[in-house]
Design a protein around this ligand. Sequence first.
Ligand SMILES: Nc1ncnc2c1ncn2[C@@H]1O[C@H](COP(=O)(O)OP(=O)(O)OP(=O)(O)O)[C@@H](O)[C@H]1O
Ligand SMILES: [Mg+2]
Length: 174
Amino acid sequence: MTTLFLMVGLPGAGKTTRARQLAEEHGALRLTPDEWMLPLFGEAEADGKRDVLEGRMLWLALEAIKVGTNVVVDYGCWSRHERSAIRWLAEAEGARFRMIYLPLDAETQRARITDRWATAAGETFPMTEADILHGWAQFEEPDAAELERGAISGPPPGWVSWREWAATRWPSFT
Ligand SMILES: Nc1ncnc2c1ncn2[C@@H]1O[C@H](COP(=O)(O)OP(=O)(O)OP(=O)(O)O)[C@@H](O)[C@H]1O
Ligand SMILES: [Mg+2]
């Protein structure tokens, strides 16, 4: 069965490192937006272009699973809604969904980010203390129900489907 792996965690959690391993182990297509933002736009956010990039990547991820290719979606996926939408979309294509949540503590995070910037500056973005704090404030940690892949909840009130929600969250998705 084709699998969509979704990486979840704060900056420095080790998502891309683990995503590379999963891609090797499962012959999976790895979609890491950071590796596209820098060469295409030279910066991490660039006026909402990350959302545009992620939308097309999500579309590509679903195309890949349709043709039987495993995929690793290496977004941070801090929001529960984002994770639910991606899971729903993957399962709607008949794929298996595996969320890989990598927790980390603040001390480890700062050490890894400092170390990565010192050793691999060309592959990463500078990250300020404000960026780090913003991440902690925004991150919706997956709870037990989500980790155990219980029944998926419906889209938030006002949305007809997760597909419609995703097309608003990532405008280039459809
Ligand atoms: N399990 C681990 N133990 C120790 N160091 C690790 C581990 N996983 C990753 N690292 C190191 O921590 C740093 C951050 O890892 P990585 O780039 O994979 O994180 P990330 O979650 O993808 O971060 P970002 O969200 O910023 O893309 C790297 O220098 C990496 O080598
Ligand atoms: Mg990464």
